[in-house]
Design a protein around this ligand. Sequence first.
Ligand code: FAD
Length: 660
Amino acid sequence: MDSTSVIIIGAGMSGISAAKTLSDAGVKDILILEATNRIGGRIRNTYFADLSVETGANWIEGVHGEEQNPIWEMAQQLGLRTFRSDYTVEAAIDESEKIHSLGEKYSKTLPPSGRNDISISTFQRLENKIPSTPLEMIVDYYSYDYEFAEPPRVTSLQNTVPLPTFDDFGDNVYFVADERGYKSLVYNLATMFLKTNSQGVIVDPRLQLGKVVTEIQYSGDGATVSTDDTSSYRADFVLVSVSIGVLQSDLIKFNPVLPKWKILALYEFDMAVYTKIFLKFPFKFWPDGDDREFFLYASKRRGYYPVWQHFEKQYPGANILMVTVTDEESRRIEQQDESTTKTEAMEVLRSMFGKDIPQATDILVPRWWSNKFFRGSFSNWPLGVNRHEFDSIKAPIKRLYFTGEHTSEHYNGYVHGAYLAEMEYKEDDHDHGCFYEDQQFWITQMPPIILGKEGAPPTSNIFMDSPGCKADGPHGAPEATSKLLQRRSKKGEGCEGGSITSKEDRDVKVIVAAASKREKGMTREQQHQPQLPRLHACFLSEFQAQTAPMGRHTNDPTVLNSSIALLQERFKQLQRVREMREGRQLQESAFRSQSCDREPPRWLFPGAAPGHHHRRHGEEHVEVQPLDASTSAGSLPRGSIAAQSSVVSNEADVDTSLHL
Ligand SMILES: Cc1cc2nc3c(=O)[nH]c(=O)nc-3n(C[C@H](O)[C@H](O)[C@H](O)COP(=O)(O)OP(=O)(O)OC[C@H]3O[C@@H](n4cnc5c(N)ncnc54)[C@H](O)[C@@H]3O)c2cc1C
């Protein structure tokens, strides 16, 4: 059996970035096992109508800001062909931006532990701005779903508003349209430490393609990795970089089974689905020119073929349109044939541009969700995952370590998140204490190979020597990365303590007491006393939002204690919601372990929200009503929003026409 120091599972951006970090640190004895026959993972281009189109990551997000996005730096070095996407806004969007700004202000007042987090929708409710007309819904979709691939009722306010990507790296986003593909960044990184032949093909035996890892046996001494071609590899450490969607499936068997806290944390986080559908036409019938790259379709059915983009700037005369769908629409469309999708898309275009437009000659529908090596497109931080639980997602277990975009606390979901994932990994991020049953202070288990001989970081950008939120900065990191991490450590981010020992069934009184104690400012030791479990935090937050004016949550013990009965009632309701949600995730996980070819039962895809809220007798109730996908898949009447076109749908329910 071959034996190496570190096996890295997956050759996407995070796996290659981690391997390079190790290689730079002098750990050359590595082996990368990749299931597919290529590197790049979710960064992938393909040819459609003779043009290179990106079916996965397309934009470099966060450019021209206070910090340099390292991916932008790499793209500049490679001379990658990029185009700034102009999301010029109109009045309706300006209005939504105002609420967004209020959300940013509110979000910044929340404690870093995440215990008072609320969803974006909850914030909108508090501001009495819940989108309901087709126009409001498409604007809302464009602001949130189009970025996070899940609706605002699911998405955590605190972790997405403001979004660290734009806060740190700038508001600009650049669309990659290069024949070499976005993946050339990953390839370039890989060839900095892997051997290539004269044609530039990677021929280094340390990268093994077509190796589907099926089992990882791990212990405190090392690990054995088995692949589907019956090979086995032994290593001192294993670093798993597969997507969180794959970790939520049964593709890889862990032996021993991962601890419960780990499985729960992995299941709590969301793997969102984002699908770009490409359509080729014989000629152009849409408006183009400055500020007219995007157009939106306002339907009564939220997220129905909503965001359209043409390629006239990137590829003049290409006559290609790209429409993006997400979440349930993505799953629905992945399961139907291309001709049905084309018919639906054409119907939408005809309602916007008239009946005389030409039929699309070609269509491309990527299927990231059905692909067992991805199970979705990128992670989204849902409401209800606090800092502690996030830490549990990336926490190592014995000699088993985790990286990937979903482990990047500030940039999860993005290419730069995948690249920076393990570089963000620093002690003060984890100084929360981890007392979940069998979970101990896993930070002390950092592999000596990463710590270096003296326990200090080697020439690596893995960041370890920063007790008490002080840090000297990474060693040997690329310039942009280095500055970023130094700035983060100066800010003292991640300093908030707060371990969680409470069980879910803990008495509400204890929780209320803990909450009010916590607010008064405690020492680190005191902070390691029992704290709010996630669920309790959620409902306390909801309760506070109902009883206190916006941004001025009360922590007055008298007020809180007098409301214990109400809290208990709310807790029971939320407990039920959680059980439903976990039930759904388990069902989905069971399904994912089956063959992709099988048609999934429709009940597997209830509405993404755990329940929907409505008011009765002046009090809010949560009703758990899983939605059947078939009920939402009907053909509801639609309206349209057309970009810079004078076209307005002839359907009666059209709200207005919006020009972007
Ligand atoms: C449609 C889409 C649009 C996106 N748009 C953007 C965007 O515009 N901008 C942006 O910044 N980000 C975007 N992203 C997200 C970005 O692509 C990802 O965050 C990033 O590429 C993830 O890299 P990773 O290394 O963490 O994971 P991956 O790229 O998933 O790498 C993991 C690797 O593990 C391999 N693997 C899986 N299972 C096994 C196994 N059992 N054995 C061996 N190998 C295995 C996979 O084949 C894969 O190569 C998009 C993603 C998608 C899908």
